[in-house]
Design a protein around this ligand. Structure first.
Ligand code: LRH
Ligand code: MN
Length: 424
């Protein structure tokens, strides 16, 4: 259900004068605005196929209605997001929640919506109906070779699905670990997991990557077999040049310095990319930038500095993906807010006077360092982000247009109140 182009045009006409006033004042103050707008235009964020319905917790789930009932309807929703903000031009599939039954038809549909396929995700953290062996005590780490083989075969099958769609990476997140001291031999678990990952690595096409996603806790609550960036980097280094470490912002222990982790993974050339979200306590999977937008800005500061140091292509060389779960917000509104927060943090990081910052760091002028960072962080660059999507035919205010056109109601009329999307 794509919107009539005229609806976006009318929406923009009503807002253009006010938008251009704000844009002009930024252009007056900052000569680099044009360069920043260009870089934002090129920046695309992949939408998770498992976050287009209402999420929930073990305590409850409160559906909002009109949820996508199939992969095709999920792509329709991402297509609508992309039409509104022109920055959600990719979808990341989770298998078996979203198996492309007819890859050719799915590829054709993606083309119609202007979408590409980002990393595919395997799932050995749930037992599927008719599954021979259980993952209760892990998958790639399991003491039983047959369970490890079942999990390895699943990952290889996921790679095949990805190849059919044009994806170039698989994300492996393992819930493997232990809940009690003594339950697991840590060295044995690491060695079995590495051995299993090596078989998956061997199955990667030449131009593919494997992203090793770490997590500090949940669903295991004593140890996780890929528990932090150090363990993930150990696996990625032992596996080879096609293996990288994926940073999910919600997968850290409280107060971890994620921006420092990002700087060092970039330095090592082992940063895969991100699962963007926000959190106050655990893996809360909240809207990006909703709890700690300054941390997101500091992470993008390290990303811009580190990517420039390695002459990386900002838009293409890392995986920019959202991984969120919507317990109380409309999934599409939540995702629009997340994409906006990511683009704003990137724009603010691009505005930092890096030459002056390097000078201040060399002079141990701590106060000036903070002033230079916060000067960029305290500059409202929303008009630059709006201009970037306006130039690509998007809506100046996507969220306002989604509401003023009552698009959720349109989806409910089309799909019903009680539809449930696969995913978290
Ligand atoms: C684990 C995780 C992982 C996904 C899942 C949906 O917490 O972040 O990336 O596979 O969420
Ligand atoms: Mn994740």
């Amino acid at each position: 259900m794509l919107l009539e182009g005229s609806i976006i045009e009318k929406h923009n006409e009503q807002r253009l004068r006010r938008h251009n006033l704000k844009l002009a004042s930024l252009q007056d103050e900052f000569p680099e605005t044009e360069q920043i707008i260009r870089q934002i235009e090129a920046f695309q964020v992949a939408i998770p196929s498992w976050a287009l319905g209402t999420g929930g917790t073990r305590f409850g789930r409160f559906s909002g209605g009109g949820e996508p009932r199939s992969l095709e309807e999920k792509m329709e929703d991402v297509g609508l997001l992309h039409q509104l903000n022109r920055a959600s031009g990719a979808i990341s599939l989770h298998i078996p929640w979203d198996v492309p039954q007819d890859p050719a038809a799915i590829r054709k549909l993606a083309k119609e919506y202007g979408l590409t396929f980002d990393a595919v995700n395997s799932n050995t953290f749930q037992d599927q109906p008719h599954q021979a062996l259980s993952y209760k005590f892990g998958s790639l780490q399991h003491v039983d070779k047959a369970v490890r083989k079942q999990a390895i075969d699943h990952n290889i099958a996921v790679i095949k699905h990805g190849v059919e769609l044009g994806s170039k990476a698989i994300t492996v997140w393992l819930s493997d670990g232990s809940c009690f001291p003594g339950q697991l031999n840590f060295r044995g678990a690491f060695e079995r997991t590495l051995e299993s990952l090596q078989e998956i690595y061997q199955a990667l096409p030449a131009d593919w990557k494997v992203f090793i996603e770490y997590k500090a806790f949940e669903p295991n609550f004593y140890s996780m077999t890929v528990g932090d960036w150090g363990q993930s980097l150990l696996y990625a280094s032992k596996l080879g040049p096609k293996a990288y470490t994926l940073v999910d912002l919600g997968h850290h222990l409280p107060n971890a310095n994620i921006e420092q982790i990002v700087a060092l993974l970039l330095m090592e050339g082992k940063l895969a990319g991100f699962h963007f979200n926000d959190s106050k306590y655990g893996d809360d999977d909240l809207t990006v930038g909703s709890i700690n937008p300054y941390q997101l800005f500091l992470i993008f500061n390290e990303l811009v500095e580190g990517m420039n140091a390695r002459n990386m292509n900002h838009a293409k060389d890392l995986g920019w993906m959202i991984d969120a779960s919507h317990n109380v917000k409309d999934p599409l509104e939540d995702l629009m807010q997340s994409v906006e927060a990511i683009l704003i943090a990137y724009a603010q990081a691009l505005l930092i006077d890096t030459a002056a910052l390097k000078q201040a760091q060399a002079a141990n002028d701590v106060v000036r360092c903070q002033e230079l960072l916060q000067a960029a962080y305290r500059t409202d660059l929303r008009p630059l982000v709006a201009e970037a999507r306006f130039r690509k035919g998007g809506a100046l205010e996507p969220l306002e247009l989604f509401r003023s056109e009552a698009l959720r109601n349109t989806l409910i009329k089309k799909r019903g109140e009680k539809t449930v999307a696969t995913g978290l």
